[in-house]
Design a binder for this molecule. Structure first.
Ligand SMILES: NC(=O)c1ccc[n+]([C@@H]2O[C@H](COP(=O)([O-])OP(=O)(O)OC[C@H]3O[C@@H](n4cnc5c(N)ncnc54)[C@H](O)[C@@H]3O)[C@@H](O)[C@H]2O)c1
Length: 251
């Protein structure tokens, strides 16, 4: 595989995605981050000053025509995309806690599915053919410990979307294995980001007590794992779901 590599990180303007983009930029990987607002463009340009080349594109991932046009623009800017990190995700909460199945409106169900599962499918479907042609590719999907455990706190739409993402990951791994493509899912446990600070104080305290290491993880800890999976060194790891959750699940 010839360098420099290129990467697309969805939801790269905050939390885990931002930490991944920072690492990629430092490693010399030309990176595009997507975000829902102009902040993605501004954050990308401030990162480009610090290290590497980072471009920000604004896209609403549940708008599939807009997503397809964003992917065309990403390919025009980078030429080809070697690494995809499907990181963007949403987890709507009811008063900082979970929705029961019967409380989930179908519009919200579809919104969660569109952002967490359909967008990664559309992105991978668009980018895999060129990866196969080039004989190298990395797909890293950000799942969740919520889909790997007894779902005490997460809501059903979130859990179902992340479980679906694990299945999509295995299919991509199977189909890409003969073409130098690996696909893996990283399943974080609770990590301090905007997504978790919207939880109630009681929910955060309760969850912290159940984590063997006694704390939430950091975006940086998840990004380090993503960077490794994106590297040449991780070429024998594919179709895996890798837990990073402070011991919340032990297999
Ligand atoms: N923080 C945690 O505890 C935790 C735990 C398990 C899994 N995760 C997963 O990690 C991923 C990153 O989340 P995070 O914790 O960094 O939270 P975050 O809210 O900081 O990041 C989510 C990103 O997704 C983007 N996004 C959301 N909806 C979008 C849409 N409709 N269109 C375009 N972009 C959209 C946001 O702009 C944001 O940048 C998510 O997939 C989440 O499910 C997080």
């Amino acid at each position: 595989m010839t360098t420099p590599k290129t990467a697309l990180v969805t939801g790269g303007s905050s939390g885990i995605g931002l930490a991944v983009a920072r690492r990629f930029a430092k490693a010399g990987i030309r990176t595009i981050i997507t975000g829902r607002s102009r902040a993605a463009v501004e954050i990308a340009s401030s990162m480009s000053d610090e290290s590497g080349s980072v471009t920000g594109l604004v896209v609403e991932l549940s708008d599939l025509p807009a997503l397809r046009s964003c992917l065309r623009e990403a390919r025009q800017r980078l030429g080809h995309i070697d690494i995809v990190v499907n990181n963007a995700g949403i987890h709507p909460k009811r008063n900082g806690g979970k929705y029961l199945v019967e409380e989930i409106e179908s519009t919200q169900w579809h919104e969660v599915m569109n952002v967490n599962l359909t967008a990664p499918f559309v992105i991978c479907a668009a980018l895999l053919p060129a990866m196969k042609e080039r004989g190298w590719g990395r797909v890293i999907n950000i799942g969740s410990s919520g889909a790997r455990n007894r779902p005490i706190s997460p809501s059903a739409h979130y859990v179902a979307s992340k479980a679906g993402l694990e299945g999509l990951t295995r299919c991509i791994a199977e189909e890409g294995a003969g073409n130098g493509i690996t696909a893996n899912c990283v399943a974080p446990g609770p990590v301090i980001t905007r997504l978790t600070t919207s939880s109630s104080k009681e929910a955060i305290e309760g969850l912290t007590r159940s984590i063997p290491v006694g704390r939430y993880g950091t975006a940086e800890e998840i990004a380090a794992l993503v960077e490794f999976l994106a590297s040449d060194e991780a070429s024998f790891i594919t179709g895996a779901v890798i837990d990073a959750n402070g011991g919340l699940t032990m297999n």
